[in-house]
Design a protein around this ligand. Structure first.
Ligand code: URP
Ligand code: ZN
Ligand code: ZN
Length: 462
């Protein structure tokens, strides 16, 4: 039986118009005015609401052994949280550590999602070591449809790569037509600063930011861009947080380096004073790169509106209060990361579009279309067009609510965004033609989500 979204305002990265959308099976079959549809079609009145393409979160952690513990979501909890917030596709960082086998890790990460996810998903494959066996394994992983890599310039001896390994990864990625995403902080400097601060008795969460100052992120970003320029590879800076790093990446873009920029939800809305709160309240806001001084937020919003920041992800990485307390004696032991997969769409809509100056088309572009294009999912995902997957979000801009851990679906006992007001919410969310969320509640099927196999971009002659 088909489904008709009637009379909503369709918003893509480039257009806005009122029309009906008819969904047949898993795809969008017709778009037009006052569509005649077969008897038995479910009709959903979308008058006064937006119809957006399903949103794509290009940076999440679900299964993650990290800093002596594990991130708290499963694919079931994370995908239900994502869908409630309008995200229909997740791209998870597949992160075996340096001591683990890449291919075994890839199989393990896939097994965590298979038959569990309520939304569609793909992976960025972390390269945490590059030795004699790595190239063959990465070729196999790309052949399986995972066409983006991840490297960490931070987290020395755990996820982090050396410059030599970064070079080899980028060379191979260039040859394979694969994009490389990168966490850009200088590992050596972070380690030195951490030891210096601890030796001075500076152990609280407020010292996390001084141990990873802006200049450390700027250096990592500059170095990554320089390596991209030298190898000709395509790259993507993840979770960029501050003006000096932004300048490094946008300067590289201007001189023709093939680099795209992601900033993540926390850095648009939260600042370093939150990590300076005493005790566990501060610990709840420890992530890397750290929350910065407030003036950086305005720069990120402006760069987002201008398209210099290409995408908004979350770096969703949920830990509980109890886990955060692992760092009560030393900020270096606080598990890094906060949840956000559920709040990204309504909070960026609220503080960007509704209460800020972010255009609605750019909003859709940054949270759906551009991630789809950059990571080989477009036009199946990331737009509303004939033949595209019927991943659709009906967004009610009149709804008013407040973020709270008491009501969120994420598997943590706190929210980094507790008390933030939201203007609007997804009132209906559909994945490949099946309604998964109605009025803020999950009504669908977990296990229905599909692994998205992607194709590499053919190597370029340059
Ligand atoms: O603090 C963070 N970002 N935790 C997750 C791991 C990472 O660096 O992305
Ligand atoms: Zn990172
Ligand atoms: Zn991350």
């Amino acid at each position: 039986m088909g489904l008709l979204l009637k009379n909503g305002e369709i918003v893509t990265a480039t257009e806005r118009y009122v029309a009906d959308v008819y969904v047949e099976g898993e795809t969008i079959a017709r778009i037009g005015q006052k569509l005649d549809v077969p008897a038995g079609t479910e009709v959903i009145d979308c008058t006064g609401k937006f119809v957006f393409p399903g949103f794509i979160d290009p940076h999440v952690h679900i299964y993650l052994p990290f800093m002596g513990t594990f991130a708290r979501d499963t694919y079931r909890t994370a995908s239900v949280a994502a869908l409630t917030g309008g995200t229909t596709t997740l791209i998870e960082m597949c992160c075996p550590s340096r001591g683990e086998d890449a291919l075994e890790g890839y199989k393990l990460w896939k097994s965590k999602a298979e038959g569990q996810s309520a939304c569609d998903y793909a992976f960025h494959m972390a390269v945490s070591r590059f030795d004699g066996g790595t190239e063959a394994q990465l070729r196999e992983i790309v052949a399986d449809g995972t066409t983006s890599f991840k490297i960490f310039l931070s987290y020395k001896n755990f996820f982090g790569v050396t410059d030599d390994e970064m070079y080899q990864t980028l060379k191979l990625a260039h040859d394979l037509g694969v994009i490389v995403t990168a966490h850009c902080e200088n590992a050596e400097l972070v380690g030195r600063l951490q030891q210096k601060l601890l030796s001075e008795g500076k152990t609280g969460p407020e010292w996390h930011e001084p141990s990873r100052p802006e200049v450390v992120e700027m250096e990592g970003t500059t170095r990554f861009c320089t390596f991209l320029e030298t190898t000709g590879a395509r790259g993507y800076v993840v979770h960029l947080s501050c003006v000096p790093a932004l300048k490094a990446a946008t300067d590289a873009k201007k001189r023709g380096v093939k680099v795209s920029i992601e900033s993540v939800l926390p850095h648009f809305l939260l600042d370093k004073t939150m990590a300076e709160r005493p005790g566990v309240e501060g610990m709840k806001h420890v992530m890397s790169p750290p929350l910065r001084q407030k003036h950086n937020q305005q720069a990120l919003w402006e760069a987002l509106a201008a398209g210099e920041v290409d995408t908004v992800g979350t770096d969703h990485c949920p830990f509980t209060t109890e886990q955060k307390l692992m760092g009560k004696d030393a900020f270096t032991a606080i598990p890094n990361g906060i949840p956000g997969v559920e709040e990204r769409v309504p909070l960026i809509y609220t503080y960007g579009v509704s209460r800020g100056s972010l255009g609605l088309n750019r909003f859709v572009d940054a949270l759906s279309t551009r991630p789809a294009k950059l990571f080989g999912l477009y036009p199946k995902k990331g737009t509303i067009a004939l033949g595209s997957d019927a991943d659709l979000v009906v967004y009610d801009p009149a709804y008013r609510g407040t973020v709270s851990a008491r009501t969120h679906k994420t598997n943590t006992d706190y929210s980094g965004f507790e008390g933030f007001e939201v203007d609007g919410r997804p009132s209906l969310v559909m994945v490949r033609g099946q309604v998964q969320v109605r009025d803020g509640e999950f009504v669908g099927t977990t296990g229905r989500g599909q692994f998205l196999r992607r194709k590499p971009e053919p190597p370029r002659a340059d």
